[in-house]
Every structure is written in structure tokens, then in C-alpha cells.
Design a protein around this ligand. Structure first.
Ligand code: UDP
Ligand code: MG
Length: 316
């Protein structure tokens, strides 16, 4: 049977870019060795994007449109796209042609070779500007330092997953505060990386404000690292150590000080150390709670041999 590629495109106020995107992508998709479906996820656009999409859908059966009731954000649009897509491979890309559709044949080739995840890494991003490039580099440095999981800098929202990998994303990784790109880089499977040159935006302007990006970065760090929670226990440890030092110092040098001075200092140090340690311990528990709540898979199976379907499933 012919294989199918699902292309998922998130759309937010892209009425100008959409026709250009479609004109560019269509001939490339038609020439693929796989069949295809083109999913447009309209993320609550306030302009005429939906109208444009409905027109495209009316004249082309490959075009599927899902329209949100309001704006839920780019990631929500991609996740919904992955949920809806039925292909053997799923590609997520932007509607503004910054992710060149000319990469699609190469992506199909990689999927054909059995890759579970194809990460697209941009070689340059001139249109983003210096500020965005520096903040992006800074963000990856912080997250890679704080988190056990390593992220590839410059990996974009442009990626492809096989059906098997998509099933993992569909089943697990349903967190409300999330970083899809991070999950894609962490589910394992055979991986491939393709480099591409980020293009200028075809039309319109970027929908990501600095504030949105900042929110997003903070969420990601909280999402992929428990270090901020552990600060309590580190502070507790440090406070306890300093407390003991001050205590000894006060005990040794209290001559001349008003009576009761040593008691106050010692009590103070002692209480603060206990307080911080308890906060730290609570932090540890919240960390565990947080992991349980995220309900990430304990393991993900790539393939099996001579294993009956159903074996091990009860243990999942
Ligand atoms: N987008 C979306 N919902 C949003 C913001 C953006 O679906 O709330 C889409 C947008 O239409 C585009 C893609 O996500 O297809 C990337 O957005 P944009 O090009 O504005 O971001 P940038 O490339 O500047 O990082
Ligand atoms: Mg863009």
C-alpha cells in the first residue's frame, strides 16, 4: 500500500502567507513518492485565514482544515495536528515558508529509511535578528545546564516523526505546560538531522512576541528541570552550615556581649536552618509529585522480536 505523509501546518493570522505556502508546497507534495494530506490547524486566526483555508479545502481533497475556537498557541496547534494526522510520517511546519517545503522529499527519504524522528536544524536565521538569536542561544545554554535532558540548539518547530513516534506523543506527553520540541528530541528512536536555511517570512509578521517567548522559556525550564525546586534544600544546607559556624563563633566569643545575646543568635540560626531544610524537603516531594503528574513514560519500546502483542502491555 502506498505510504502517506501528513503535513501539519499551524496557522495564526496568515491570510497573506497561506496562498503562497500552498502554491509552493503543492507541486513538491505532488511529486513525492508518498501520498499526502495537508493539515491546516487554524489557531483562532482573527483575519481571513479560515476563509482562505476553506477555499483551498473546497478545491483540493488533500487539504484538511481544523479550526480552533480561539487562539491556543502554536504548540497546541501542532499537538492537535499530530492527533488528527493519519500518515505513516508526520511533518510539522510553519505557514510562513520559513520552513522550506523543498526539504520534504529529503524528509520522506529519511522516514523511508526507518527514522523515528527527523530534526530539522537551521543553519542561519537572519530574519530573526540579533536579539532573538542571542536570547535563543542563552535559552538553550540555561536549559542544557539545568536539565538532564539535552536539547539541540537551533532545532526548530520544523520536524518529522514516524507513526510510531507520533503514537508515543499522542499517548503520553499530554502535559498542559509543555515543550513539544523537547519531547520530540527525547522520545528516542532512530534519528536523523537535516540542515536547512531558514528563509525570510513569506508575508505578514512574526506572531511570537518577546513576552510570549519569555513565558515559553520559563515554562520549559520548569517543565524539564527540578533544579529550581531543589534550591530550597541547597539554601537549607547552606543556612544550616552557616548557622553552626555562627553558633560556634558566638559560643567562643560571647564574653562582653549582653546576656541573652548568644541564646538569640543560636536560636535564630537553628530555626532558620530547620525552616529552610523543611522547605527543601517539601520541594523534593513537590518534585516527585510533579513527575508523577507529568506521567511521562518510564520507557518507550522501539521494536520487539518474537513477542506476542499484549505481552507486557498490562505492565505499561
Ligand atoms: N502560530 C500559531 N499560533 C500562535 C502563533 C503562531 O499557530 O499563537 C503559527 C504561525 O502562524 C506560524 C508558526 O506558528 O505558522 C510560527 O509562528 P511565527 O512565524 O510567527 O514565529 P517565528 O517564525 O517568528 O518564530
Ligand atoms: Mg515564522
Amino acid at each position: 500500500m502506498e505510504k502517506m505523509l501528513s503535513v501539519v501546518v499551524s496557522v495564526y493570522n496568515e491570510e497573506q502567507a497561506l496562498p503562497i505556502f500552498y502554491q509552493t508546497a503543492k507541486p513538491i507534495l505532488d511529486r513525492l513518492s508518498w501520498n499526502y494530506e495537508l493539515w491546516f490547524m487554524n489557531d483562532g486566526s482573527q483575519d481571513d485565514s479560515l476563509k482562505v483555508l476553506l477555499e483551498l479545502a473546497a478545491q483540493d481533497d488533500h487539504v484538511k482544515v481544523v479550526s480552533f475556537s480561539r487562539n491556543f498557541g502554536h504548540e497546541a496547534a501542532m499537538i492537535a495536528g499530530i492527533d488528527y494526522a493519519r500518515g505513516d510520517g508526520i511533518v510539522c511546519m510553519d505557514a510562513d515558508l520559513q520552513h522550506p517545503p523543498s526539504c520534504l522529499p529529503e524528509i520522506v527519504e529519511k522516514l523511508e529509511e526507518g527514522c523515528g524522528v527527523v530534526t530539522m536544524v537551521r543553519t542561519r536565521n537572519e530574519s530573526a535578528g540579533v536579539v532573538k538569536n542571542i536570547t535563543s542561544a542563552g535559552f538553550y545554554w540555561v536549559i542544557n545546564t539545568l536539565s538532564d535532558v539535552k536539547f539541540e540548539a537551533n532545532a526548530s518547530d520544523f520536524f518529522a516523526v514516524s507513526r510510531q513516534a507520533a503514537d508515543v506523543l499522542r499517548g503520553s506527553y499530554r502535559e498542559k505546560v509543555r515543550f513539544l520540541r523537547g519531547y520530540v528530541q527525547n522520545i528516542g528512536f532512530k534519528r536523523a538531522t537535516i540542515r536547512y536555511e531558514a528563509q525570510e517570512r513569506a508575508a505578514g509578521e512574526s506572531k511570537y512576541s518577546i513576552r510570549k517567548l519569555l513565558d515559553f522559556s520559563v515554562n520549559t525550564i520548569l517543565c524539564f528541570s527540578n533544579l529550581p525546586l531543589k534550591l530550597g534544600i541547597y539554601a537549607g544546607g547552606t543556612a544550616a552550615f552557616l548557622g553552626v559556624a555562627v553558633m560556634i563563633y558566638t559560643l567562643c566569643t560571647r564574653q562582653g556581649a549582653p546576656s541573652g545575646y548568644a541564646t538569640i543568635v543560636i536560636l535564630n540560626c537553628f530555626m532558620f536552618a530547620v525552616l529552610f531544610l523543611i522547605v527543601g524537603i517539601i520541594g523534593e516531594y513537590i518534585g516527585i509529585l510533579f513527575s508523577e503528574l507529568k506521567d511521562r513514560p518510564i520507557y518507550i519500546v522501539g521494536e520487539t522480536r518474537n513477542v506476542e502483542r499484549g505481552d507486557g502491555e498490562s505492565r505499561r
